[in-house]
Design a protein around this ligand. Structure first.
Ligand SMILES: Nc1nc2c(ncn2[C@@H]2O[C@H](COP(=O)(O)OP(=O)(O)OP(=O)(O)O)[C@@H](O)[C@H]2O)c(=O)[nH]1
Ligand SMILES: [Mg+2]
Length: 218
């Protein structure tokens, strides 16, 4: 399987239907365990919902907004019965009320810690800013829960070409203390589409490994 084969497998996977099927506002209100779940976590406004739209090639599948705090529940999308994409509420946004922020935090933490069908978490990091303390907190929680995760940089189109490699390298360096982090970062743009085929390929590969087959199993 070459990288190109995985890119093609990813393209096919995400060319299929993808539909919203569940919104959970409470940790005890999750949908029944089904297809493997791939969750998108990260600070408010980092571009989680936009990246789900870019992956699936649908402009308005996940709701996005200029105002941080748009996604307030765990939003579940069925990717053709093969996988479930989970759009998570963001963290690290001070302007929401303490009470609200604590309840979102609990929902997200409980989900990340205790979901048997959770196959991988993508921790999204704003490419303009790099890793923040709240990102390290989230990754510590994932390390402790033994949930496998990978970091994805966002908003590549907002970062000067000359700075992109350094930002990716610094981010990778920042992951060294996190034992469960996948040792690669993908730098994406939901605007220009850079990195999106690679992220689709990564997900296709994970699913294939889980299903115990090569591309034929796709
Ligand atoms: N330039 C640029 N803007 C982006 C990109 N991805 C997202 N944005 C913008 O960033 C803002 C936040 O995007 P969302 O996708 O709503 O972010 P989110 O992480 O889901 O935010 P919450 O749900 O509030 O946690 C919006 O104004 C998007 O248009 C990108 O790749 N490039
Ligand atoms: Mg969102």
């Amino acid at each position: 399987m070459t990288e190109n084969d995985w890119i093609e497998a990813g393209r096919k996977l995400f060319a299929g239907p993808c539909e919203f099927f569940f919104a959970a506002a409470k940790p005890d209100g999750l949908p029944p365990v089904g297809a493997p779940e791939v969750a998108f976590a990260g600070r408010s406004n980092v571009g989680k919902s936009s990246l789900i739209n870019a992956l699936t090639g649908r402009n308005a599948l996940a709701r996005t907004s200029n105002t941080p705090g748009r996604t307030q529940e765990l939003i579940f999308f069925d990717l053709d019965g093969r996988a479930t994409l989970v759009d998570m509420p963001g963290y690290g946004y001070a302007a929401v009320s303490k009470e609200k922020s604590a309840s979102w935090g609990k929902l997200a933490r409980d989900y990340l810690r205790g979901r048997p069908s959770l196959l991988r978490v993508f921790v999204l990091i704003d490419g303009r800013h790099g890793l923040k303390a709240s990102d390290h907190e989230t990754m510590k929680l994932l390390d402790a829960s033994a949930v496998s995760y990978a970091v994805v940089l966002t908003k590549r189109d907002e970062v000067k070409l000359a700075d992109q490699d350094a930002r990716a390298a610094a981010t990778l360096e920042g992951l060294r203390k996190h034992v469960a982090a996948f040792p690669e970062v993908i730098f994406t743009s939901s605007r220009g589409g850079e990195g999106v085929p690679e992220l689709r390929a990564h997900i296709a590969r994970l699913l294939a490994e889980r299903e115990g087959g090569g591309p034929a199993a796709l």
